[in-house]
Structures are given as C-alpha cells and as structure tokens.
Design a protein around this ligand. Structure first.
Ligand SMILES: Cc1cc2nc3c(=O)[nH]c(=O)nc-3n(C[C@H](O)[C@H](O)[C@H](O)COP(=O)(O)OP(=O)(O)OC[C@H]3O[C@@H](n4cnc5c(N)ncnc54)[C@H](O)[C@@H]3O)c2cc1C
Length: 447
C-alpha cells in the first residue's frame, strides 16, 4: 500500500511537487487554503496562480540561467513548464504566459489524476507524522508561520524581503566611480578594493534628496503596520527623517579618497558592492526602496557614475516569508529537526515563479523516492537545479541569507575558460552544456 504525500500549498511549487510525485506512483493530497482563506495578492481559487507579472523570464537555455532551468524542468516532464508552453504569449526571448488559462489548466490536469486530490482549508500546525512538503510561499498564512517559527526559532523565519537595486557592472562609468573599501579595510588588495564608490558634490546631494522625496512610491500592502526592520529602512523613509540622515548612513563619505580627484572631498558617497562571484553585478548598498520602478530608473541615474546604469533588478520591499534554509534544511530539503517535513518553493529562500516550481519539482521527486523506499541523491551541483538547491541548503551565508534567483554566479567555474566580460558568452555556453549533460544523467539514474 503506497503511503500518501501531503503538500501544504498548491502554488507553483506545490503543484509541480504533486505532479512529479504522482507520476512516480505516489498518492498525493494538496492542502490549499484558497479560496476559503485569501491572500492580498491572489485573485482566484486556482492552483499555480501567478500573482504579479506574467513572465517566466528568459527562455534562452544557452546564455541565461533561468532559461537553463526551463530546459531542465522540461527534460524532467515538468507540469508548470509544459503548461506555460501551452499558454505562451509572444514576448521576444522571454516566456510570457496567459495567466488565467495557465492556472486553470494546471488545476484541471492535477484534478484529473486519480492519485491526486485537493483538500481546501488552511493548515495551521506542523504535522507530526506522515510525509509532508510545506510549499506555502511568500504569503504563508500567519497561523502556519507562527507554527514554523515555534519550531525553528524566531530569528530563522523572515517576513520581509528588502531588496536594493542591482546594477550591471559594465554600465557603470569608471571614469567617475572608483574601487575602494572604506578605510582600505581588508588584508588583500581585492578586499581593500571591494566596493565601487560614486561621489556626490553638495549640489548633487541636495538635488538627489529632493528627487527622492518627490518620487512616486508604492504602497506597502501589509507591512506598513508591522513597521520596518532596523537596518532595512527604505532610503526615502530615511530622507523623510532628515535631509542629512542618509549622509550619516549608507551615503556617508568618510574613509574614502576619490581615485580620480584625490584632493576633492566628496559631500556624500554612494557605495556599490559586488553581488556575484563573477563581478558582473553590483548592488547599491543600503538602498532598499519603495519608489516605483520608473522613479527608481530616474532617481538612481542622478548618481554620478550611474547616469547610464542598467539595472539587473530594481529595489523593493515586500512581504516574503522565508526560512533560513542553510541552517534548517538538509540537502534532501528536509527539516533537520523533523525529517518527515520537506520545504519547497519560495518559502525556502528562492525567488520567482520558475525557481519556486523548480524546487517543487525536486522536493516532489525526493519525497516520492523516500516513500517508495528508493534512494535518490539531490540534484547535481553543476545543474541549475543543483546550483540553486546547493545554495539554499548550505552554499549561502546563513547570517545574511536573502532570497535568490538562479544565476550563473551560483555555478562552479569551468576550468580553462577566459574570465571577465570577454569570455562571458563561451563561459555561459560551457555552463549550460555541462548542466544539460549532468541533468540528463541524473534523470536517467533515477528514472
Ligand atoms: C506581491 C507579490 C508579487 C510577486 N511578483 C512576482 C513576479 O512578478 N514574478 C515572479 O517570478 N515572482 C513573483 N512573486 C513571487 C511569487 O509569489 C513566487 O515566485 C511564486 O508564486 C512562489 O511559488 P510558491 O509555490 O512557493 O508560492 P505560491 O505560488 O504563493 O503558493 C503558495 C500557496 O500556499 C497557500 N497557502 C499559504 N499558507 C497556507 C496554509 N497555511 N495552508 C494551506 N495553504 C496555504 C497559498 O494560498 C498559495 O496558493 C511575487 C510575490 C508577491 C508576494
């Protein structure tokens, strides 16, 4: 008699996990609280609802990490990808999806399987026995959030995601900016030059603060009442507290000498920190913001050196419940303190529809294998799936753990290839070729 797999949350991750486990011959119960209990972002009672944009991002499986993840999920007979392909909309190189038919189709496909049923209603306790996957996403209900917190400790569950904008390094004007850590801190030259600095005169600073105060801001749905974390205040909230507040915080000019004009003391300095191992991305330090995307593009380009900046990701603050996976989960995605429970999806600290579905795919397969008494290794490190699961279950720094999109910075280098911008195309192609080979053999081993 096959044991059942219970999945809490029928979103991107839960739906994919259910499909994968059912295809391996396991009976599945999805526990979904909608439509009985709603979230502020979902609109329907469908499984796998896309709450905001309708994009699965780049579909380029040779030069883009998320495109590679698409490829791996298709190769693994992924339901989310197959349904997205069926409801694809024209969007250049991106995979855009007709959201309502997409969610409806995922729901119908799962409900048509005799081995899958959905029980509607909120789960508020951690299950003590049986095989479970928690895939309740960024808007995990308060009741279940409290139960997770009681198990893991308050500091291991975050409720907000504060994102500073990320800039492509090759769009920064290095005739204005320079590399230096504050007070040249660090043992090696690399550490002493770890930050990229953009200097401002008094006039530039005043104009910047004016623009910040005047910019369009988004309303922060639920969090306003909850207040902000210390150290995670939006920059415009800091500026509202006083025009000089930022100059005493993330924009302080001390301990820095302008390499281009050593005799000129900057009135304020905006610092950017390397965001990936390759050095292709930099985040603006301490610049989490509620400004609307259009306003961010305008205001941040007022920063000297960033006039032509192109942004890999703009800033934001939103409700996002996620656990400290690097300390709490093993590489099979099981909660170390209660191995009968796995976590999957955005609640594990990955970010985005595709990444969440990918973690559901893996968790569904791992859980089903365990139920069937078969051994299954986690995804190989050199695949997109493996790079992501490795990052959240151990590779990431636990103390500063923040949600992560899949990106090539998570991949082990391929030997013998050129570094820097010049070798980028070859490098990405080598990563994706290697990943495809390893993913195929993993799938064959555990088919
Ligand atoms: C406001 C907002 C905007 C976003 N915009 C984007 C975007 O544009 N692009 C993007 O890629 N990602 C976006 N995300 C992130 C996106 O939500 C996730 O990438 C993706 O939906 C996560 O998949 P998931 O399966 O982990 O969670 P979800 O898809 O959210 O699914 C979780 C499910 O669990 C259910 N649930 C929660 N608690 C319980 C409980 N206690 N009992 C039973 N069921 C429960 C929920 O109803 C939900 O159906 C956004 C998130 C938010 C909050």
């Amino acid at each position: 008699m096959t044991q059942e797999l219970h999945i809490i949350g029928g979103g991107m991750a839960g739906s994919e996990a259910a499909w994968q486990a059912a295809n391996m011959g396991v009976n599945v119960v999805i526990h979904e609280m909608r439509p009985q209990v709603e979230t502020f972002a979902h609109r329907t009672g469908h499984l796998a609802e896309m709450v905001c944009s309708n994009s699965f991002r780049s579909d380029d499986d040779e030069q883009n990490a998320v495109g590679l993840l698409h490829w791996e999920m298709r190769a693994a007979n992924g339901l989310i990808m197959a349904t997205a392909d069926k409801h694809r909309l024209p969007a250049g190189g991106a995979l855009a999806v007709d959201r309502d038919p997409f969610a409806q189709s995922v729901t119908e496909t799962l409900l048509a399987l005799p081995s899958v049923r959905v029980e509607y209603g909120e789960i508020t306790e951690l299950p003590t026995d049986g095989h479970w996957i928690i895939a309740t996403g960024p808007l995990t209900s308060a009741g279940l959030g409290a139960a997770i917190q009681a198990e893991t400790g308050a500091e291991r569950l975050a409720f907000f995601d504060a994102i500073a904008p990320i800039v492509y390094a090759d769009s920064i004007d290095m005739d204005i900016a320079w590399m230096q850590s504050r007070y040249d801190k660090g043992e090696t030259e690399e550490e002493q030059k770890a930050y990229l600095n953009c200097p401002m005169t008094k006039d530039q600073h005043e104009a910047f603060i004016d623009a910040l105060l005047a910019a369009d801001k988004t309303e922060f749905h639920e969090g306003e009442t909850a207040g902000y974390f210390d150290g995670c205040l939006p920059i415009e909230v800091m500026a509202e507290r006083g025009r000089e507040t930022l100059r005493h915080g993330p924009m302080k000019p001390v301990g820095l000498t302008n390499a281009h004009k050593p005799d000129e003391k900057a009135y304020a300095v905006v610092q950017l920190r390397r965001d990936n191992a390759l050095g292709t991305l930099y985040n603006i330090v301490g610049f989490q913001t509620k400004m609307k995307y259009g306003a961010q593009n305008e205001v941040f380009r007022m920063i000297p050196g960033l006039e032509n900046a192109s942004f890999a990701r703009l800033g934001g603050i939103h409700r996002n419940t996620f656990i400290n996976s690097p300390t709490l989960l093993d590489n099979q995605m099981r909660l170390k303190s209660r191995p009968n429970i796995r976590f999957a999806g955005q609640v594990t600290g990955v970010e985005g529809y595709v990444e969440s579905a990918a973690m559901g795919l893996l968790a569904g397969r791992l859980a089903a294998a365990e139920i069937l008494g078969k051994s299954m290794e986690t995804a190989p490190l050199n695949t997109a799936m493996g790079a992501l699961v490795h990052h959240i279950t151990g590779g990431a720094e636990a103390k500063t753990f923040q949600p992560m999109n899949v990106n090539f910075g998570l991949f082990q280098p391929v030997d013998g290839l050129k570094g820097g911008r010049r070798g980028r195309k070859d490098r990405y192609k080598a990563y994706t070729d290697r990943a495809k080979g390893e993913w195929q053999s993993w799938l064959e081993t555990y088919s």
